[in-house]
Write a protein that binds this ligand. Structure first.
Ligand code: SF4
Ligand code: SF4
Length: 169
């Protein structure tokens, strides 16, 4: 995955794809979920996360209490030691997040070194299965600037909707 090329592509498409996601607040194709499911299957046929890891490099997961307890035990650390070493509590949300990026658990081969016990947020990322799709527009707007799979999903959904419906530019 050429991440520089991805960043340029994301910057180029940001305005039009954000506008499309905003339009879904007003106009809702009745078969949107079907369109999303088909597009998502194509996205994963074209995407290899092991050549990317941009989410682990440029974003932070949210660590729930359960995540912290599980990962700390896996690393033979106390919860306090684990938090002190790697996390801070975001003021606004109260969420525990990584202090630094890339994530400290990202190995040189782009793999997660704590894969079996990784945070639930990581296991579910990039959250393409969330339903209904249009309830997560704001999340997709942010994530498509970091995740090539999400950028491709929103692009493919937009194209499919425009093919099927008379859609405003
Ligand atoms: S815990 Fe693993 S999957 Fe999650 S951000 Fe860190 S390296 Fe990536
Ligand atoms: S989920 Fe997205 S950002 Fe993360 S490795 Fe896969 S394609 Fe890259």
């Amino acid at each position: 995955m050429d991440l520089e090329k991805f960043a340029a592509n994301a910057a180029r498409k940001k305005k039009s794809l954000s506008k499309f996601l905003d339009q879904l607040d007003e106009l809702l194709p009745p078969d949107l979920q079907e369109i999303v499911d088909k597009a998502d299957a194509k996205v994963w046929a074209e995407t290899d996360c092991t050549t990317c890891a941009n989410c682990c490099k440029t974003m932070t997961p949210t660590f729930s209490k359960r995540d912290i307890t599980r990962i700390a035990a896996h690393l033979n650390m106390t919860v306090r030691e684990f938090r002190d070493q790697w996390l801070y509590k975001e003021k606004e949300s109260g969420d525990w997040v990584n202090t630094t990026q890339p994530c400290q658990f990202l190995a040189d081969n782009n793999m997660c070194s704590i894969y079996e016990v990784r945070p639930a947020d990581c296991a579910e990322f990039p959250h393409h299965n969330k339903q209904p799709f249009d309830d997560y527009n704001a999340m997709y707007k942010t994530n498509m600037m970091h995740c090539p799979a999400t950028l491709l999903l929103v692009y493919k959904v937009k194209k499919a909707v425009q093919r099927e419906y008379e859609w405003p530019e």
